[in-house]
Design a protein around this ligand. Structure first.
Ligand code: NAP
Length: 336
C-alpha cells in the first residue's frame, strides 16, 4: 500500500516554526501544506520559502483549509491554549509547542477536549524522540551502570535584557523555567516519573519585571533517588545531563536535549568511556514529526511514547516549581 503523505499546517511562523518546517522536508511522508500568521505577508513569505501551497492571514482561516491533516502550533506559550482549543474544536489534530499551556486548568481542558473529540493531540517535547535520549534512558534502565542513584541536568544561555522579548515579558510567559527549565524536568520525569510536590524544592532569582531569570530545583523520589536541575537566561551553562549509577555514569553530551553523543563510564573498565554516536541530519525536529505520523498511520489519538498523561504530570511539576519559587503570571493568562 502506498505510504500516506501527511499535509501539515503551521500556526505562528516564527523561529521554531522554521526549524520544524526544515524537519518536515527530511520526511518523505510529510508536506508543508498551509501556514497561518496574524499577518498575511508573514505567512506568504514563510510559505514561499517551503513551496507551501496555502498561506493565511488569520488562524481562523486555516481551520477551513481543505486537505489539512495536522497542525503544529508554534506561537508563544501564552497562546498555546487558545490555538489548540481552536484546532481541536474544528476536529483538527494538533502538535503544540512546549510548555503546553500557562496553567494546569488550561492543560487539563486541552486534554479533555482532545479526548472528548477523539482527536490526536501531543506536546512537542522533541527531546523524547531523540535517539540519544532514548538510548541513554534505555541504558540506565538496563542496569549497565548499576542501580541509578541520581541525575543532573542544566539548560542556560546568556541573553541580554530586552523588555519586549518573550523571554523577559511576563505577559508572554517569560522566564527560564517555562522556556528551558522544562527540559531538565522532562528528562527527570522520563527517568524517574513525577516527584510528589512535598519532594520538590526550588529557588530562583527574578528579573526586574518579575519572571525567573535563574531557577534551581531538586526532586527526591520515593526510592531515595535524586534529581537536580538548573535553568537560566543569564549565563551560558554546559547544557548537559548525567545519570549516576552505583557502577558508573551516563553522560549525555551538550546540548543534552538533542545530543549526538552519549558516553558510558563503567568503573570496572577504568576511566575511558564507551562512546556512542547518534548523528542526524538537520535540527532534529523530524524525529518527533515522524513519530506523530507513525501514530496517525496506526489510527492513534495520542502517542504511547509521549501520552497526554506525561504532559499533565509535567504541567503539575512545572506548576509546583513555579509555586515554590513564587513565580506569578498575570491572572488573565492562566484562566480558561
Ligand atoms: N521545541 C523547541 O526546541 C523550541 C525552541 C524554541 C521555542 N519553542 C517554543 O515555541 C514557541 C514559539 O517560540 P519562538 O521562539 O518560535 O517564538 P517567536 O518566533 O517569537 O514567535 C512565533 C510566532 O508567534 C506569534 N507571536 C510572536 N509574538 C507574539 C505576541 N507578542 N503575541 C502573540 N503572538 C505572537 C507570531 O505569529 P504570527 O506571525 O502569526 O503573528 C510569531 O511568528 C514557544 O512557546 C517556545 O517555548 C520550542
Amino acid at each position: 500500500m502506498a505510504q500516506k503523505i501527511y499535509n501539515w499546517g503551521i500556526i505562528g511562523p516564527g523561529k521554531i516554526a522554521r526549524k520544524f518546517a526544515d524537519g518536515l522536508q527530511l520526511l518523505p511522508n510529510a508536506r508543508l501544506h498551509a501556514v497561518a500568521s496574524t499577518v498575511l505577508e508573514r505567512a506568504q513569505v514563510f510559505a514561499a520559502n517551503y513551496q507551501c501551497p496555502n498561506a493565511f492571514g488569520s488562524y481562523q482561516a486555516l481551520m477551513d483549509c481543505p486537505d489539512l491533516d495536522i497542525v503544529y502550533i508554534a506561537t508563544p506559550h501564552v497562546k498555546h491554549y487558545e490555538h489548540t482549543m481552536l484546532c481541536l474544536n474544528h476536529g483538527i489534530k494538533v502538535v503544540c509547542e512546549k510548555p503546553f499551556s500557562m496553567s494546569m486548568a488550561q492543560t487539563k481542558a486541552m486534554v479533555d477536549l482532545a479526548h472528548a473529540k477523539k482527536v490526536f493531540l501531543m506536546e512537542a517535547l522533541w527531546t523524547l524522540f531523540m535517539p540519544s535520549m532514548e538510548a541513554a534512558v534505555a541504558m540506565a534502565a538496563s542496569g549497565v551502570v548499576g542501580d541509578i542513584h541520581s541525575a543532573k541536568a542544566d539548560f542556560g544561555f546568556y541573553t541580554p535584557y530586552n523588555k519586549t522579548s518573550r523571554l523577559f515579558d511576563p505577559q508572554l510567559g517569560g522566564g527560564s523555567l517555562l522556556d528551558i527549565g522544562i527540559y531538565p524536568i522532562l528528562f527527570f520525569q522520563r527517568l524517574f516519573g513525577k516527584p510528589s510536590s512535598e519532594n520538590i524544592q526550588a529557588t530562583a532569582v527574578f528579573t526586574r519585571d518579575g519572571v525567573d531569570e535563574s531557577c534551581v530545583f531538586t526532586f527526591k523520589y520515593p526510592d531515595n533517588r535524586l534529581a537536580f536541575g538548573h535553568s537560566t537566561i543569564a549565563a551560558d551553562t554546559s547544557i548537559e545531563a548525567i545519570i549516576f549509577g552505583t557502577k558508573g555514569k551516563i553522560h549525555i553530551h551538550s546540548r543534552f536535549h538533542h545530543a549526538q553523543q552519549v558516553s558510558v563510564f563503567r568503573y570496572e573498565n577504568g576511566p575511558e568511556p564507551e562512546v556512542h554516536h547518534f548523528p542526524y541530519e538537520g535540527w532534529g525536529y523530524h524525529f518527533e514529526a515522524a513519530h506523530v505520523m507513525d501514530c496517525l498511520d496506526a489510527g492513534k489519538t495520542e502517542s504511547d511514547v509521549l501520552p497526554l498523561s506525561f504532559t499533565l504530570e509535567l504541567a503539575e511539576t512545572l506548576a509546583t516549581v513555579a509555586d515554590k519559587i513564587g513565580l506569578k503570571y498575570p491572572e488573565e493568562l492562566l484562566k480558561l
